[in-house]
Design a protein around this ligand. Structure first.
Ligand SMILES: [Mg+2]
Length: 113
């Protein structure tokens, strides 16, 4: 599925009760919550003897995407714009692919993590 189509379809399930900054707040809180649900599955796998629940991890990653779509909508950008921006940043940071040397000595982009 194309990401901007996903954004459009996902936002059909957005609660219109959330207006203005409520959408921003809901988006960041939901994003952190869903990332936390993902971490919990990995924690159980790594430290509590569970099998890695691959299907649940995939489900939670989808939930993360939903909140990214909400935030993109709030910011009035297409989901694809966020992905493009990230790839451009990574290309500037690691023009020849990831390098520990460039990661350690990343002086010019202190504001970007
Ligand atoms: Mg979830």
């Amino acid at each position: 599925m194309e990401v901007n189509e996903y954004q459009k379809l996902a936002m059909k399930t957005w609660s219109k009760r959330l207006q203005g900054e409520e959408m921003l707040i809901n988006g960041v809180m939901g994003l952190c919550g869903e990332a936390g649900e993902t971490i919990d599955l990995v924690k159980k796998y790594l430290h509590q003897g569970h099998e890695l629940n691959r299907e649940r991890v995939i489900e939670e990653l989808g939930d993360v995407c939903w909140y990214i779509a909400e935030l993109a909508t709030y910011l009035q950008v297409d989901f694809s714009d966020i992905l493009d921006y990230n790839i451009e940043k990574l290309a500037r940071r690691y023009p020849d692919g990831f390098s520990e040397q460039r990661s350690v000595h990343r002086e010019e982009e202190k504001d970007e993590d």
